[in-house]
Design a protein around this ligand. Structure first.
Ligand code: NAD
Ligand code: MG
Length: 396
């Protein structure tokens, strides 16, 4: 790409946002930051505005926006500050923007990602919850809006890298038998079920291989992250639940694999550093220097594989179940999981209450066919309400 790519980073102060800025900063001749957004952390966003001088900064709440506006003004910086979901949608769909990094965490990322899809942007999708919550509608918006979708999740980025260049309608038509989605297994990979009951949020936040935001780190510990990724792979690659196999691979060196009908298995390997998939998507179809060091296979020595245990990690089983149920089931699962993770982080529930709460919420929900975004937002709100009620009953 010869012209300067103009980028909006949704969730700029997060782990993915900061890694994106790290790669972008290595290529000032290629990229210009158009907008940066954040929820809280106004001081961090101010520092980023100071360094990258974006045209816009967006803060979710009006008070935070006012605080940032005053700080920028006092420093003589010309960045304009917007606020709210409308502000996020505006910078995601703005005519001057080429590329949108969708790196907000959770269901909050859905509306701006949709806005980018409808406006036909090149979307670098880290926010997997968008696909879990509204996969059919989002993929439709990408198609009708003429957007280009590039996966950032390391597994899906790996699969994308080893897929045939011409991806046809179904995996079978591309000569693919299965997707092998690798999982680190998280910090409790080999822990007994009885001990899992007593796990603390501090232990769960200590991931062995990856440095990530708190929500995805807890999702990794419960293996819900892998469950969300199975659903993500379904939408991105048009794969059925039976065509996606989770393979526990503790070293996190193979980021996923594609198995072809002739028996070939193609894998993408690398150090566990999100700057690799980010640089791949930023430069696509060219390769960019990312700052990630070379893979030292001699130091790694061996690569291990094991089957996931759905008894100890029921979240993974629940994700497969909702994928088979179709309709609004995954929206319910996602909402209940967000409530459960927040409650676990604030020590209101135990580790094994996370899958119990999600399962109870799913049992109470009426699953229907997906018709509109408004419907999904209502389903999400209702599932959160059910989950909170379950929690109140459990805690009291
Ligand atoms: P994080 O918690 O580090 O950052 C989240 C960002 O979103 C922050 O900038 C925050 O200000 C913003 N945000 C949070 N709530 C918001 C709201 N309600 N409205 C607007 N903005 C809000 O999270 P992360 O680890 O960077 O993950 C971001 C997304 O990328 C998640 O969907 C995650 O699953 C996905 N992802 C992350 C990694 C990783 O290595 N961190 C890997 C793969 C996928
Ligand atoms: Mg991942």
């Amino acid at each position: 790409m010869s012209k300067l790519q103009t980028i909006t980073i949704l969730g700029a102060t997060g782990t993915i946002g900061m890694n994106t800025l790290d790669v972008v900063a290595r290529h000032p001749d290629r990229f210009r930051i158009f907008a940066l957004t954040a929820n809280g952390r106004i001081d961090a966003l101010y520092e980023l505005c100071h360094r990258y001088e974006p045209t816009y900064a967006v803060v979710l709440d009006a008070d935070g926006a006012e605080r940032l506006r005053n700080k920028l003004k006092a420093a003589g910086l010309g960045t304009e500050v917007l606020c709210g979901i409308e502000g996020l949608e505006q910078v995601a769909a703005h005519p001057e923007v080429d590329t949108v990094m969708a790196a907000i965490v959770g269901a909050a990322g859905l509306k701006p990602a949709m806005a980018a899809a409808k406006a036909g942007k090149r979307i670098l999708l880290a926010n997997k919850e968008t696909l879990v919550m509204a996969g059919s509608l989002f993929m439709q918006a990408v198609k009708t809006g003429g957007a280009t979708l590039l996966p950032i999740d390391s597994e899906h980025n790996a699969i994308f890298q080893v897929m045939p260049t011409k991806v046809t309608d179904t995996l079978a038509e591309s000569g693919i038998r299965r997707i092998l989605l690798t999982a680190s297994g998280g910090p409790f990979r080999n822990m007994d079920r009885a001990l899992l009951e007593a796990v603390t949020s501090e232990q769960a936040l200590n991931h062995p291989n990856w440095v990530m935001g708190p929500k995805i780190t807890i999702d990794s510990a419960t293996m819900m992250n892998k469950g969300l990724e199975v659903i993500e792979a379904h939408w991105l690659f048009n794969a059925t639940a039976d065509q996606i196999e989770v393979v526990v691979h503790p070293q996190s060196v193979i980021h996923s694999m594609v198995e072809y009908i002739d028996g070939s298995v193609l894998a993408q390997l690398g150090n566990p550093d999100m700057r690799t998939p980010i640089a791949y998507a930023l430069g696509f179809p060219e390769r960019l220097e990312s700052g990630v060091g070379a893979l030292d296979l001699f130091k790694i020595g061996r690569l291990d594989f094991q089957q996931p245990d759905m008894e100890r990690f029921p979240c993974l089983r629940l994700a497969y179940e909702v994928l088979r149920l179709e309709g609004t089931a995954a929206t319910v699962l996602n909402a209940a999981n967000e409530v459960a993770v927040e409650a676990f982080l604030s020590k209101k529930i135990g580790f094994m209450d996370i899958p119990a709460l999600i399962e109870a919420t799913l049992e109470q929900a009426t699953i229907s066919e997906v018709t509109s975004l408004g419907q999904l937002i209502d389903v999400d709100a209702e599932a959160r309400e059910t989950a909170r009620t379950w929690m109140l009953e459990k805690v009291c």
